[in-house]
Design a protein around this ligand. Structure first.
Ligand SMILES: C[S@@+](CC[C@H](N)C(=O)[O-])C[C@H]1O[C@@H](n2cnc3c(N)ncnc32)[C@H](O)[C@@H]1O
Length: 201
């Protein structure tokens, strides 16, 4: 499993999305011997998840059932642990379209926050693009790096822990697109300009 590549079967070490209802989804780190409590009873990873097909309907210990889904950027946005306000899929779709993101694009983003937009950018620019994301809050930067690793997209992203308004994105002349989701974006405009690729006339 990777957030940018589909696999058929649930495997040990995957992050699967347990879809409980239209308003409730839970990301689960699948582990041999692991268990997850849901309102419908326990899910036993070894017997209920590992080796099953993504998309399966799985019965929990109290008889209720859930669907176990392959992760996507959209499902991650619905289920991620919030450390900040986040961007949601309707806005992300508009941003992705207006930035003309496509495979191979290089993107600069700040702040990373909870990584909701970052995951959508990564899915759009994979398999050969790159995201440079800047987050000045140390714990948020560390946590999102952990998640990128777990989701097997860390080869597509560089996280920098610095103030984008003071220190910029850490790259110059490489970006096809820049997106700012910080309280005072006007203070980073010169850095955004420096990060952008200069196009031949
Ligand atoms: C609203 S959150 C971003 C949410 C993100 N777009 C998402 O979808 O998850 C704003 C983030 O910007 C970070 N931030 C604010 N000012 C910053 C700056 N000058 N440099 C770097 N990060 C900054 C904050 O720490 C916070 O995590």
């Amino acid at each position: 499993m990777s957030f940018v590549e589909y696999s058929d079967l649930i495997q040990d070490g995957d992050v699967a999305i347990v879809y409980l209802s239209h308003t409730s989804a839970l990301p689960v780190k699948v582990r041999q011997g692991g268990q997850t409590q849901t309102r419908y009873g326990v899910l036993r990873h070894s017997s209920d998840l590992i080796g099953r097909r993504y998309g399966s309907k799985v019965t929990c210990s109290r008889g209720g059932w859930v669907h176990v889904l392959h992760p996507t950027a959209e499902l991650w946005t619905c289920s991620l642990p919030h450390r900040t306000q986040i961007l949601y899929t309707p806005d992300i779709a508009t941003i992705t379209m207006m930035l003309e993101l496509k495979p191979g694009a290089v993107v600069c983003e700040s702040g990373t926050g909870s990584g909701s937009l970052s995951h959508a950018i990564l899915r759009s620019v994979a398999p050969s693009g790159h995201l440079h994301t800047v987050e000045f809050h140390q714990q948020r930067a560390e946590k999102v790096m952990e998640e990128f690793k777990e989701h097997r997209v860390d080869h597509l992203v560089t996280v920098r822990t610095q103030d984008v308004c003071r220190d910029g994105f850490g790259v110059r002349g490489v970006a096809d697109a820049v997106f700012l989701d910080i309280p005072s974006p006007w203070e980073a405009v010169q850095h955004a300009k420096d990060a952008l690729r200069t196009r031949a006339a």
